[in-house]
Design a protein around this ligand. Sequence first.
Ligand code: GAL
Ligand code: CA
Length: 346
Amino acid sequence: MKRKKIWVLGAVFCTALQLLSCGKKQTAGEEKIHVGVTYYNQSDTFLNQLIACFRESLEEMEGEDSQITLTVRDAAGSQRTQDDQVKELLDAGSNVLCVNLVDRADPSEIIDLARESGVPIIFFNREPVAGDMMQWDGLYYVGADAKQSGVMQGELAAEAIKENGSIDRNKDGKIQYVVLEGEPGHQDAIIRTENAVDTLKANGIALEKLECGIANWNRAQAQNRMMQMVSQYQNKIELVLANNDDMALGASDAYEKLNYTESVLPVIFGIDGTDVGLLAVAEEKLSGTVYNDKEGQAQAMARLSLALVSGRGMEEIEFENDRYVYLNYSKITMDNIGDYLKQDEE
Ligand code: GAL
Ligand code: CA
């Protein structure tokens, strides 16, 4: 008799639990997350890989309680086009937006559109200026700290120069260097350059700057700029600091095209750790790179997207200044490249 009572009680308890979980499932089951993404240019190697990671993260998070759709638009370098895309994404029912601004100083139109629809925006990779982030409390940013990547690139170069006296090829006690810089006005261009150079100096490396060429993150443009610099400075260039891997590879392409032998090649450093960048480190075309954690950024964007739509899980996200998420960079050389190549295969 006693047993039966316990059983009955148990059954009631279970049903109550079931009801509870059922209730939860019902609301959650109706949860449809429509993520609308627009990014500045589909020719960008790092961003294409970041968006591929984002797609994977969302797929992993899709469960019984959430249905996720993802729409991605390429703004092809036009802010006007991107503004229209945001309108279109909102009209199509996006309930969270992920925006990689074309012009990081011009987000007002997009912010107004989103605010009118009550749809939050996660800006990523191209950081809006602080004042614009204050325009509305439905704005977030996911990215990385530009300064950290510049410091790490400087440290990598300083370590290499201290270890290998032959980098100072003309033995004048100074390192003749050139910079390949990303888009003007991008937080990852000027800040990376400044911090890489300052870090080299802080490490006691005497430097002589030969030139700084803008190549807009682009491999072909960097190759062109580098060809010009090599024709001007001949064998003088001992170090190339590139704001990203694609431009570092452009520099390496230039030397290959000019048939320069290894003994007159400068050391070249990139930033990103894209697939091609990692391969180039493994093949010793690049002396090192700094990992721009696309998996971490994608994961943070996916978690934040879900949390913003469902209202659950916000407390698990580590924000800085309330609405910013920054993922750490890390240094890559020949010594630890294996860890990253493996990580990429997984
Ligand atoms: C940087 C990245 C570059 C480029 C740029 C685009 O963070 O290092 O390769 O993708 O973003 O905004
Ligand atoms: Ca020298």
